[in-house]
Write a protein of this length. Structure first.
Length: 161
């Protein structure tokens, strides 16, 4: 998600960053998204969940597991209808990490495109960035097929902030 945020800010400016971040900045949620109860005392109450994810804005949730799990855990939340989960889809192929991420639509390019598609203020200005991100995906796949590894700039990327 951080890679997608960085790409969006690079190609669409600070507007992407402001629209993509929760109220207090980029957040990696390390707590369960399920509701607080005796079985899950570490969960988030509705008020805290709504404060983090809003009650009416698009949410693009990148999950390193099966997307249906997050949907099941958040089914009764206020903004469930705007929750779009990206996660693992079994295909049975042997790929590089970036190829697998692209195939599962959890790579930085797909996530940035997803934000552009879901945030109305970015839809009219983001077409050029979406095309560039698609071309970057194609380039990553070509490199992996030719050399059997991911592009060095993908492997060596670090959060710059």
């Amino acid at each position: 998600m951080l890679g997608a945020h960085h790409l969006g800010v690079q190609h669409l400016g600070e507007q992407f960053g402001r629209l993509c971040e929760p109220r207090s900045g980029p957040v990696a949620i390390g707590v369960a998204v399920n509701e607080v109860d005796a079985a899950a005392p570490h969960g988030l109450c509705d008020r805290d969940f709504d404060s983090l994810f809003t009650v009416d804005k698009p949410i693009v949730f990148n999950f390193h597991g099966y997307p249906w799990l997050i949907h099941r855990l958040t089914y009764n939340r206020t903004n469930h209808k705007n929750l779009h989960v990206r996660g693992y889809k079994e295909r049975g192929n042997i790929n590089t990490p970036m190829e697998l991420a692209i195939e599962n639509e959890i790579d930085r390019y797909t996530l940035a495109i997803d934000v552009i598609d879901r945030v109305s203020k970015l839809q009219s200005t983001g077409a050029h960035a979406k095309e560039k991100f698609r071309n970057m995906q194609i380039s990553c796949r070509h490199y992996a097929h030719e050399f059997g590894i991911d592009r060095p700039e993908v492997v060596e990327w670090r959060w710059p902030f």
